[in-house]
Design a protein around this ligand. Structure first.
Ligand code: AP5
Ligand code: MG
Length: 226
């Protein structure tokens, strides 16, 4: 039996930042729909091109495309101990497809960690974000700049700004989140598996709060590493 966790929250809430650390500190695999699309685009695949046309406008990629990609990804051996979902599901249809697929594999979503952050903070976080091309580490020119501008502290890789992080597209991503993804908060609340975490606190505080919320779901194979 594995442990499966969803990180839910608006663009800029810190899902990617936290999922990366949680995966390092547990045996769970980080599965991020946005990262998978960006990787497909770098490889120049048809999926990558298709996703780009939606991502650049801040629109959601069609449900069937995302669902097929994620359900295939989580069958990989590295997901056997469990998954931290980042950016998926984002619509009710995606949530239902995930639940059905899990049930077919005698599995389930154990917990949904909802990162709440006030709207005015989100745009600044998105506009200031820089990501490492090599290791995926995230920085922020306002909150946590790298020591050397444009260079990753962790691996020396080059930092870049995502093409969908312009103010206009970021605002639209937020609108799309409110319309299509926010209803999932109630969906998971009704299932009794939603845990709200204050995403406005410091990054390390948020990580500890998440690990604490996950404590009872982590099986021995997925327990925090020292
Ligand atoms: P995706 O890549 O998932 O982007 P997103 O949901 O818009 O979220 P972000 O990555 O912008 O934010 P985050 O919560 O990960 O924040 P981060 O940790 O980076 O999706 C992109 C696009 O792909 C979508 O628009 C859509 O087109 C498509 N897509 C993806 N999944 C899809 C799906 N399921 N269905 C359909 N389409 C899909 O942090 C942000 C910044 O804040 C960073 O600079 C970070 O350093 C900083 N920060 C983080 N935590 C803190 C903190 N506690 N205090 C201060 N600063 C912080
Ligand atoms: Mg992200």
């Amino acid at each position: 039996m594995s442990t499966n966790v969803i990180l839910l929250g608006p663009p800029g809430a810190g899902k990617g930042t936290q999922a990366k650390t949680l995966a390092e500190r547990t045996s769970l695999s980080h599965v991020a729909s946005g990262d998978l699309f960006r990787a497909a685009l770098r490889e120049g695949t048809e999926l990558g091109m298709l996703a780009k046309s939606y991502m650049d406008r801040g629109e959601l990629v069609p449900n069937e495309v995302v669902i097929n990609m994620i359900l295939e990804r989580i069958q990989a051996p590295d997901c056997a101990a469990g998954v931290i979902f980042d950016g998926f599901p984002r619509t009710r249809e995606q949530a239902v497809a995930l639940a059905n697929s899990m049930a077919r594999h005698d599995n389930k979503i154990d917990a949904v960690l909802y990162l709440s952050v006030p709207n005015e903070v989100l745009l600044r976080r998105i506009a200031g974000r820089q990501t490492c091309k090599t290791c995926g580490a995230t920085y922020n020119i306002y909150y946590f700049p790298s020591h050397r501008p444009g260079i990753c502290d962790a691996c020396g890789g080059k930092l870049y700004q995502r093409s969908d992080d312009s103010m206009e597209t970021a605002q639209h991503r937020l609108d799309v989140y409110f319309a299509q993804t926010m209803p999932l908060i109630e969906y998971y609340q009704l299932q009794g598996i939603l845990h709200e975490v204050d995403g406005q606190r410091e990054i390390t505080w948020v990580t500890e709060a998440m690990l604490k919320a996950l404590g009872r779901y982590l099986t021995t194979s997925a327990h925090p590493k020292e």
